[in-house]
Write a protein that binds this ligand. Structure first.
Ligand SMILES: NC(=O)c1ccc[n+]([C@@H]2O[C@H](COP(=O)([O-])OP(=O)(O)OC[C@H]3O[C@@H](n4cnc5c(N)ncnc54)[C@H](O)[C@@H]3O)[C@@H](O)[C@H]2O)c1
Ligand SMILES: O=C(O)CC[C@@H](O)C(=O)O
Length: 385
């Protein structure tokens, strides 16, 4: 039996994905955490914990180094809520351009019997602009950014993209009418709309600040549906002579109570479809890792998926240093255990080795020997089901 502990509201469809071999929130020694945005940065992980799956994209709420040191595999569910974010961003682009929020305020405050005549005078205050033919810059062209860029093309906009780390997978998804720009300041110059879809990390914190806002076109509208801190909110507030509106999912004191700021409470991924999607993917990720050792979509381990055809599988998470596989296979040879299949890959300082074996002898001793190699973070033995 495997034990899963959940944090945040996890969609029932995801929880129902687990087979009868899993209990949810019932035990004190969880094998897996299934989370959304809960802040785990200061949490001490139990020794039993082997995997954290984040239903969603951002992993800045997970202490990756500490998790890796504790031998915990960390995953997200890339793209599971990308369409939800895209639809919110596009709707906010239209709503701000058509002054929908101000128009709503006006109507809400002026509902009385003869409003129908009054509106014909007052509606000039709410003259808007169209997206068609306007310039948009999409910063970050991964799962969310590529969808936003493609939808903007569909809406007749001139679309530019800036993403120095664009993956080949993402590049395949992007409409060839999206112009790729390599200089952020040049890219910002002509954009009527700037939308940011990057992970939060050291490099992207303050990605848009005073200098970048100065490079922007007058009256541009800025969108941050990525994370708090990627845009310097103080710089935005200080530059509303330049920026027309700032739309964001991440409010704070600096931007509170400002008519030029439209803040939503982190609802980019909050649709029934996206929450189902993320929870189902996260549940499958946990099961595939615990039962097969698969690491596809891992944040801290190399991506590996090896057909599991032998009776037993060792999975070893270890530092990426010489002679790890040599030491491990020597233990197996000394125990007269025959290797059926194996794979090893590395991601930065960490490596992962999968070894399938035909027979087992002294398994407790073998696992202990592997675990006692100083560079090994975690060794597991999985029985084929
Ligand atoms: N508001 C929400 O509810 C919500 C929902 C989903 C995602 N998000 C946030 O949006 C972020 C992006 O999501 P995604 O699914 O598109 O992630 P993703 O990993 O698919 O794409 C991120 C893209 O950003 C690019 N990038 C990285 N550093 C960059 C930099 N310095 N400049 C420009 N581009 C850079 C990467 O190359 C990648 O293509 C997530 O990390 C998360 O923080 C928020
Ligand atoms: O869980 C959520 O609702 C937030 C999701 C979003 O911020 C993400 O990074 O995927």
């Amino acid at each position: 039996m495997y034990q899963v502990k959940t944090f945040n509201a996890i969609a029932d469809k995801g929880l129902n994905t687990f087979t009868n071999d899993y209990t949810i929130n019932q035990e004190k020694n969880p094998d897996a955490y299934l989370i959304r945005s809960v802040n785990l940065l200061k949490v001490q992980f139990p020794k039993s914990l082997k995997v954290i799956a984040r239903a969603g994209a951002g992993v800045n709420n997970i202490p990756l180094k500490e998790a890796t040191d504790d031998g915990i595999a960390v995953f997200n569910t890339p793209g599971s809520n990308a369409n939800a974010v895209k639809e919110l961003v596009i709707s906010m682009m239209i709503a701000t351009s058509r002054k929908v929020f101000a128009a709503y305020d006006y109507s809400y405050q002026n509902i009385h019997a003869d409003i129908s005549k009054q509106v014909e005078y007052d509606k000039a205050k709410f003259n808007g602009t169209e997206l068609f033919g306007k310039n948009i810059l999409v910063i970050g062209l991964g799962n969310v950014g590529s969808l936003v860029a493609n939808e903007a093309v569909n809406l007749g906009m001139n679309v530019s993209g800036y993403d120095p780390y664009l993956s080949a997978d993402s590049a395949w998804k992007i409409n060839n009418r999206v112009h790729r720009l390599t200089n952020l300041y040049q890219a910002l110059k002509n954009a009527d709309y700037v939308t940011i879809h990057v992970p939060k990390n050291k490099e992207t914190t303050g990605l848009i600040s005073t200098k970048e806002i100065a490079a922007m076109k007058n009256n541009a509208i800025l969108f941050n549906y990525s994370r708090l801190g990627i845009v310097d909110n103080q710089a935005v507030v200080d530059n509303f002579n330049k920026i027309q509106f700032y739309c964001t999912d991440f409010g704070d004191d600096v931007i509170a109570n400002n008519k030029k700021v439209i803040t939503t409470p982190h609802i980019g991924g909050s649709t029934i479809e996206a929450e189902d999607n993320g929870a189902i993917k996260a549940a499958n990720t946990i099961m595939n890792f615990l039962e097969n050792g698969d690491t596809v979509n891992s944040i801290n381990l190399p991506s590996m998926k090896l057909p599991f055809n032998a009776p037993y599988r060792f999975t070893i998470m270890h530092r990426n240093v010489p002679n790890m596989v040599g030491q491990i296979t020597t233990f197996l040879a000394n125990a007269h255990v025959n290797i059926n299949n194996m794979a090893n890959a590395a991601k930065n300082e960490i490596a992962y080795t999968i070894i399938d074996v035909d027979n087992l002898n002294y398994e407790k001793q073998l696992l202990q020997q592997m675990a006692e190699i100083p560079e090994v973070k975690r060794a597991r033995l999985i029985n084929h089901r």
